[in-house]
Design a binder for this molecule. Structure first.
Ligand code: S3P
Length: 186
């Protein structure tokens, strides 16, 4: 079946949800997909920050990780009930069972991948990741990855965020999602 962005815009009717470790480029890739489809883009961390009126790091400090996770879960579960949008989730969001179920059942889940050294380079400039504000962020990242990877692996699609041309990678991913959705509909 031939693929055009126009067909994808019209015929895809589930959100596309980016999952994966912090610093893999979920927001960047998500924004590219949303732009191509002319769909709205949502970043769960930003929505949680907007509701709280402060940064993720401040939420952790003032109210603790548990409160952050509750707000994150409510936010993402709400977004997955939409028809057409692209959602970038925080790296730990899928550890909430109901959130994972909502993502895998009601959206096209895309696992954005990058190796630990690439992630470390990307996150080193940003202080808004409280879980990595420690002596050995590489160790923390490795342990989090071990805990999470079986759930990330349930994603319907994967994309390598270190690809040479992001635009081409985004287009190829949309074609893959479209072809798979059309097959499912048959
Ligand atoms: C987290 C990832 C962060 C943010 C919070 C916790 C995690 O989002 O939600 O710092 O547990 O992996 P990004 O994946 O967008 O960095």
């Amino acid at each position: 079946m031939t693929f055009t962005l126009k067909d994808a815009k019209k015929n895809l009717s589930r959100p596309i949800t980016m999952i994966g470790m912090m610093g893999t480029g979920k927001t960047h890739m998500g924004k590219l997909l949303a732009k191509k489809l002319a769909w709205p883009f949502f970043d769960s961390d930003h929505l949680v920050e907007e509701k709280a009126g402060c940064s993720v790091a401040e939420i952790f400090e003032l109210w603790g990780e548990e409160k952050f996770r509750e707000s994150e879960a409510r936010t993402i579960q709400g977004l997955t009930s939409m028809k057409r949008c692209v959602i970038a989730t925080g790296g730990g969001a899928i550890m909430n069972e109901e959130t994972a179920e909502a993502i895998f059942k009601h959206s096209y889940a895309v696992w954005v991948q990058a190796d630990i050294d690439t992630i470390l380079k990307r996150v080193s400039k940003n202080k808004n990741r409280p879980l990595l504000a420690c002596e050995n962020p590489k160790d923390v990242l490795q342990k989090l990855m071990e805990k999470r990877q079986d759930i990330y692996a349930k994603a319907h699609f994967t994309i390598d965020s270190s690809s040479v041309n992001d635009e081409d990678a985004a287009l190829a991913l949309l074609e893959e999602i479209y072809q798979s959705a059309m097959q499912e509909a048959l």
